[in-house]
Write a protein of this length. Structure first.
Length: 193
């Protein structure tokens, strides 16, 4: 018997973006929900009809798992708020998920208090790749070029040994906040001046 066959979703309340699947535990039946549910099915879950249940990300959308990492169980409003923010940011790119993650998990803002506009104002730089060493080199070069264009031009587009800013020294400076994040098989470097 599937404990969520009766859940129906009103098209007006459906999420815009794919937030992955979720595992659950039914308190009424004292067992795991038999299958993974989509985010829309979690939203449609009727606790009165289908029984009280607890849900958490199954991990197939690692960006959602990252944002909800500190939650023991998610509620409908968590999913709606993430969906709303992604819409306000213009889509479900990995960068947009990381912007939400940074605002909520590193800056400590409530997802409900955030807006796409507020998130867009964050002066963050996101670098994606497969290992932190390469990401740090890429970030250091791009940020050196962006924040010190005159010194970058003097070097002819590369790092000069004679300058203070070497291959990794820019990111090691105390005026920069550098966060190394692993989610799924992905690596991200979030740098804030």
């Amino acid at each position: 018997m599937n404990h969520c066959d009766h859940s129906t979703l009103d098209k007006e309340t459906a999420l815009t973006f794919d937030l992955g699947t979720f595992e659950g535990f039914s308190f009424r039946h004292q067992c795991a929900v038999e299958r993974r549910l989509t985010a829309n099915e979690v939203i449609a879950w009727n606790h009165d009809r289908d029984g009280e249940a607890r849900f958490w990300p199954s991990g197939d959308r690692c960006e959602v798992t990252l944002i909800l990492t500190d939650k023991h169980a998610i509620v409908e409003s968590d999913l709606r708020e993430i969906d709303r923010l992604l819409y306000e940011l213009g889509g479900d790119s990995t960068e947009n998920f990381l912007r939400i993650y940074y605002a909520a998990n590193i800056c400590g803002k409530s997802i409900r208090s955030l807006s796409g506009e507020l998130i867009k104002k964050q002066p963050i730089h996101i670098f994606l790749g497969t290992n932190f060493s390469n990401l740090r080199k890429e970030a250091n070069g791009e940020l050196f070029k962006l924040y010190y264009p005159d010194k970058y031009a003097l070097c002819g587009g590369s790092f000069c040994v004679g300058l203070i800013l070497g291959t990794d020294l820019l990111l090691d400076c105390s005026s920069w906040s550098v966060n190394e994040i692993t989610f799924g098989e992905h690596k991200a470097l979030i740098v804030v001046p």
